[in-house]
Design a protein around this ligand. Structure first.
Ligand SMILES: Cc1cc2nc3c(=O)[nH]c(=O)nc-3n(C[C@H](O)[C@H](O)[C@H](O)COP(=O)(O)O)c2cc1C
Length: 175
């Protein structure tokens, strides 16, 4: 799939079929995240793949806006390894760079999933303590986002975007 088609065609999917996602596809998607840029190439991003329905149900319960995690056959818990994040830039690496590193990796993974015919949806509002316990994260690994993954059971229309002329400024703001 052409990269521009992938960027424009990807949608947040909130309804999924029960069809399991093949392990090799999950690996391909996480590998796309691995190739994302990272600050100083620190590569702090790690992913815990959760397919267990009970765990997904708990994750849905402790999430503010992600009931769909119950039905999506896979939840990708995108985490940041704080030791790696801290290694080059200290606390700035943790507070500033790590969320950026995780976000670009997530976008890579969502585009890769779309190119493979799969849907995703990003969830960042969840009880981090409960999720951390649920998937046995060590102290130095912080959960950042949960990405639902599965075969779409809906084909959402694209939510509108601000026009290009409104967000693109040449040489100076308003130019
Ligand atoms: C940081 C971030 C957090 C998001 N959190 C949620 C969420 O908790 N629940 C949800 O249903 N969608 C969530 N979304 C998806 C947005 O609602 C969606 O991207 C936006 O409406 C545009 O739709 P599109 O992704 O189909 O282009 C999130 C997206 C981002 C980038």
């Amino acid at each position: 799939m052409d990269v521009f088609d992938a960027i424009k065609g990807r949608r947040s999917v909130r309804k999924y079929t029960s069809r399991p996602v093949e392990r090799e596809l999950i690996e391909k998607i996480v590998d796309a995240g691995r190739w994302a840029p990272s600050s100083g190439n620190t590569q702090p991003v790690e992913v815990v793949v959760v397919t267990d329905p009970e765990k997904r149900s708990i994750m849905a319960d402790v999430s503010g806006y992600a009931r769909y995690l119950k039905d999506a056959p896979v939840a990708l818990v995108v985490c940041v390894n704080l030791s790696r994040a801290r290694s080059r830039y200290g606390e700035l690496g943790v507070s500033y760079f790590a969320p950026l590193d995780a976000s670009v990796a997530i976008q890579n993974m969502m585009l890769a999933a779309h190119a493979l015919g799969l849907g995703t949806c990003w969830d960042s509002v969840f009880d981090k303590v409960k999720v951390r316990e649920l998937i046995c994260l060590p102290e130095h690994v912080e959960p950042f986002a949960i990405i639902a993954l599965g075969y779409p059971a809906e084909n959402p229309s694209p939510p509108s975007r601000r026009p290009l002329r409104e967000i693109l400024h040449w040489e100076k703001y308003g130019g």
